[in-house]
Design a protein around this ligand. Sequence first.
Ligand code: AKG
Ligand code: FE2
Length: 334
Amino acid sequence: MGGFSIDMSYLRKQVADWEVPRDPLEDPTGIAVEFGKKLQELTQAEHLSKLNLLVRSAIPWIHLKNLHDSSAVIGDTPLDLPPQLGDKRWWHSAYATLALLGMLNLKVVSYTCENKGWVSVHLTPKPGTGFQAENSLGAMGGHTDALHFPFPDEFEEAEQIPPPAPDFVVLTGIRNPESVNTRVARLAKLLETISSQAQDWLRQPIFLFRKQDTFQTEFKNLIGYPVLKQHNTYGDFVRFISSRVVLDADLYQDAAKALEELKAALEECREPICVAPGDIVLVNNRTALHGREALQKQEFGGNTRWLIRTYGYRHDTQGRFKEKSKPHLLSCDR
Ligand SMILES: O=C(O)CCC(=O)C(=O)O
Ligand SMILES: [Fe+2]
């Protein structure tokens, strides 16, 4: 089954009236639990059961429309990925996002080695040069976030391996004046499109996964793992970014062809989702790939596109948490 959208405008007013006294960066888990209960009281049972399809991996993404109200957000769109302490403009939207995770019994998580460990980052156009600026405007191919981190069943607390990549990526819309689309592709569709021989190669533990630039960690590569892997409960999982999956193409010519097949299928199978102001999109980071169209204008700050990104774990996903006082924070240290 594909993903789908739900109009949540029936509860937007009540969510917009929530008092948001605490900085979401400081107590994201507490806010998720407390406001998750409030959101549950407001959410129609039928919508809750649709959302639980996502948690159970029965659908690859869900697009919630008009859940929060960002129309009152004033001032310039931030230019930095990490939020500024004291900037409260995005708090309401962050509370709605955290409440959603809490209602679904998902854990909000962040990594010590990415964006200073903050749970929320601003996806906005960044001026200047360097990877952040370049990634912020151009089209983004289909990918999974944190692809060089393991799947949950590959993680061992005692081993020298970082905590699992996020189970879910959450995109919260604050501004999107040009209606620039996020693009999603579901793995099930990709697997119908590529040959069974390609699938077999992608299941071999022969690939190297290079870290994304936003991760500052000594774990730079995940070496000798497959692109596709069957999970006992949730079916097939994927990890992929076109430019960051590497293998010895002389030794494994057919596997290199399999990667090309996957890339071509991704182009074919992606579907647009517009994360409009007030919307929240939850994407399963193991059964779907996400990316984005290029932004149309080379403009920064002002009223430009502004999404918040948050990561979630299933409640039973094991990780290496850094300290009790910050239950969201995963340690990338050995
Ligand atoms: O801007 C978007 O719609 C998605 C961005 C994204 O996937 C990322 O920054 O990793
Ligand atoms: Fe992403």
